[in-house]
Design a protein around this ligand. Structure first.
Ligand code: NCD
Length: 329
């Protein structure tokens, strides 16, 4: 394995991730992918540690993926669901986190509809002087680091299965299409992909892709280009990431109709002809079939990496928990 670069207690954002940290995660995830292909699928790396999943917002794949990752590392897991918790009796988020701390949680995986909640909990843990690692599993529109890392692992291990690394994307063109404004997945992916030196092209309607996103490209290794038409973003692209229209986060009428949106920005077989012949399509899920991507394309293994993304998610989250938990062999 390549040299390990890891000193972080918390993973809250990818904005300041270094190439060494990305490569450490990719290589560690590759080792765990191997573990997952064995019969036992488990290692004792985090035996005795407690991972608390605090999901204050609905989730299917991220929550299950973190739970499975913790179990494959032999950690004990605690799952919290706000609807059946003491929060319904008025307990605050910080007091909820402190309750899990008192039960011996070593790591907290946190999802919340408001940006900044994982940071606030991490800050409180540091203030208390306890060695608890906090992982942001999606906060509002801010960031979703583990999703961007599993996307990165999915595409770099497709390019080199044995040795996935950031530098493999240096000459690639990657289009991110759709509701960028409301997407924490897009923001985390912009950080990781521009760190690789890739050309990152964002495309979406002006109401969902404000000009201010261009600022995220300042000082990054890779180029960041914005388009309000989809065609120039797809032209000769190596990878396309589509995003869900996150209507639960829209506060105004930002779209004419779903049909018109699909006509202008939907990923279809016809549109993929603009891309490189071996184009691959990613989507973080959940998918609105027939809106951001045509339904048949989503299920076509020649183009779609969607189920690989879910599979990669477990290995990548094992890598994150393992490194945050002290990386014991
Ligand atoms: C995303 C999320 O929750 O941010 N999904 C996920 O974690 N796989 C994207 C979305 O909600 O559209």
């Amino acid at each position: 394995m390549a040299t390990t670069f890891w000193t972080r207690r918390h993973v809250l954002s990818l904005a300041d991730f270094t190439p060494g940290e990305y490569d450490t995660i990719l290589q560690t995830a590759a080792s765990f992918q191997e573990v997952l292909s064995t019969r036992t699928k488990k290692v004792p790396a985090l035996q005795g540690l407690v991972v608390a999943n605090l999901f204050f917002e609905p989730s299917t794949r991220t929550r299950s993926s973190f739970e499975l990752a913790a179990k494959r590392l032999s950690a004990d897991t605690l799952n919290f669901a706000p609807g059946t918790s003491s929060m319904t009796k008025g307990e605050t988020i910080l007091d909820t986190a402190k309750t899990y701390l008192a039960m011996g949680a070593d790591m907290m995986v946190i999802r919340h509809r408001d940006a900044g909640v994982p940071q606030a909990i991490a800050f409180e843990m540091d203030r208390l002087g306890v060695r608890v690692g906090v992982l942001n599993a999606g906060d509002g529109q801010h960031e979703h680091p583990s999703q961007a890392l599993l996307d990165l692992f999915t595409i770099t291990s497709l390019l080199n299965f044995e040795y996935p690394r950031l530098g493999l994307l240096a000459d690639k063109k990657i289009a991110i299409v759709g509701d960028i404004l409301h997407s924490r997945v897009a923001r985390s992916n912009i950080w990781s992909l521009t760190a690789s030196g890739a050309q990152v092209h964002l495309a979406g309607p002006p109401t969902l892709l404000p000009q201010l996103f261009a600022e995220m490209g300042a000082g990054r290794l890779g180029e960041l280009v914005l388009h309000w038409d989809i065609e120039p973003a797809l032209k000769n692209a190596d990878f396309v990431m589509t995003l869900r229209l996150q209507r639960e986060r829209m506060t105004a009428n930002l779209l004419p109709s779903l049909r018109e949106y699909h006509q202008r920005y939907g990923i279809t077989r016809d549109r993929l002809k603009l891309c490189k012949p071996d184009i691959k399509v990613l989507h973080p899920g959940p998918v609105n079939r027939g809106v951001e991507i045509s339904s048949d394309l989503m299920d076509d293994p020649q183009f779609s990496l969607i189920s690989q993304q879910v599979t990669s998610g477990v290995a990548v989250r094992m890598a994150l928990l393992y490194l945050m938990g002290g990386g014991k062999n």
